[in-house]
Design a protein. Structure first.
Length: 77
C-alpha cells in the first residue's frame, strides 16, 4: 500500500483514495498520523532561537532579508 508524505497508508487506486478521504471527512474513519520525529523540546528551542535572532537584528536588516525573500518568491522562471 502506498504511503503519503507523512507516512500514512493510503489506497493505491484513485477511487479507493477518494473513498478513504470521504470517510475521514465525514468522521467514519480516523486518520492516524505519526509524530514527525521532532522532539517537542527541540521545536520549542527553535522557536526561541528565531525570536532571539529577530530581536537582535536591526529593522533595516530584517527589511533587507524580507526584500530578498520576496524577490526569490516572485521571481519569474
Amino acid at each position: 500500500m502506498p504511503k503519503g508524505p507523512k507516512g500514512e497508508k493510503r489506497p493505491g487506486d484513485v477511487i479507493g483514495a477518494a473513498i478513504k478521504v470521504a470517510r475521514i471527512a465525514t468522521g467514519e474513519e480516523s486518520e492516524e498520523l505519526d509524530d514527525e520525529g521532532k522532539s517537542k523540546a527541540a521545536v520549542e528551542l527553535g522557536r526561541k532561537g528565531g525570536k532571539a535572532r529577530a530581536e537582535s537584528m536591526s529593522a533595516e536588516r530584517r527589511a533587507e532579508i524580507a526584500r530578498t525573500a520576496a524577490k526569490k518568491r516572485w521571481k519569474k522562471e
